[in-house]
Write a protein that binds this ligand. Structure first.
Ligand code: DX5
Ligand code: ZN
Length: 224
């Protein structure tokens, strides 16, 4: 199945692969290179085996960035922190379906804070987890690696999940964006796009390349 779609496709570089000794410069360069969103990976050392950044850093990024902040919470019981990340200036707040027992309530909480609500599923989580919330959310994030680290290989079964979720969104006339995250490179972004994704997170694929602008342009060519 090949998704042609009508939505404007977006590239969301993940700053997890940026050089943190010069984060502001990295963000300026990647924005000038054509990034649509800035993907910020928040990890708690519990839901995933790594610890990254918190709301203070998001606030600092917000003060100097001019594109929407796409904040990916890989933390247990994210409902405890969505208000802090909203206050810090996140535009999209994505939580994991596996991490929030009362997911529907967490989504409402994000929306009441005036933010766009996203829900992510891990590679082993069935798409049925999304069945009853697709109409309530602004973004679905399909993990194509097990979350926790940048630089891992793309898990091919994610393509099938993207196709299925694209069908679910289209059949239900839902307007949520469909984002893919993990191992996305110039070489496989076209396949993810044809499967139906419309937002592409790339960490090492962008920040590990010598030329962010050339890489983002090459990605954009692949996704059409
Ligand atoms: C993984 C993170 C990803 C990661 C992407 O847990 O959610 O956003 O930074 O990095 P790459 O593109 O290198 O897999
Ligand atoms: Zn992420």
């Amino acid at each position: 199945m090949c998704y042609m779609g009508g939505a404007v496709k977006k590239i969301s570089p993940s700053i997890l692969s940026a050089d943190f000794t010069k984060l502001a410069e990295e963000i300026r360069v990647v924005e000038a290179a054509g990034a649509d969103y800035l993907h910020i990976d928040v990890m708690d050392g519990r839901f995933v085996p790594n610890i990254t950044i918190g709301p203070f850093v998001v606030e600092a990024i917000e003060s100097m960035s001019s594109i929407p902040l796409d904040v990916h919470l890989m933390i247990d019981a994210p409902e405890r922190y969505v208000a802090d990340f909203a206050k810090a200036g996140s535009d999209i707040i994505t939580v994991h379906a596996e991490a929030s027992v009362h997911l529907h309530r967490t989504i409402q909480q994000i929306k009441e804070l005036g933010k766009r609500a996203g829900v992510s599923i891990n590679p082993s989580t069935p798409v049925e987890f999304l069945d009853h919330i697709l109409g309530d959310i602004d973004l679905v994030l399909v993990m194509s690696v097990n979350p926790g680290f940048s630089g891992q290989g793309f898990i091919e079964s994610a393509l099938k999940k993207i196709e299925i979720i694209r069908g679910m969104l289209d059949r239900g006339n839902h307007e949520a964006e469909l984002e893919v995250d993990g191992g996305v490179k110039v070489s496989n972004i076209g396949a993810a796009s044809r499967a139906g994704a419309d937002v592409f997170v790339s960490g090492s694929g962008v920040f590990g390349s010598g030329n962010y602008k050339a890489t983002i342009e090459a990605m954009r060519k692949e996704i059409g």
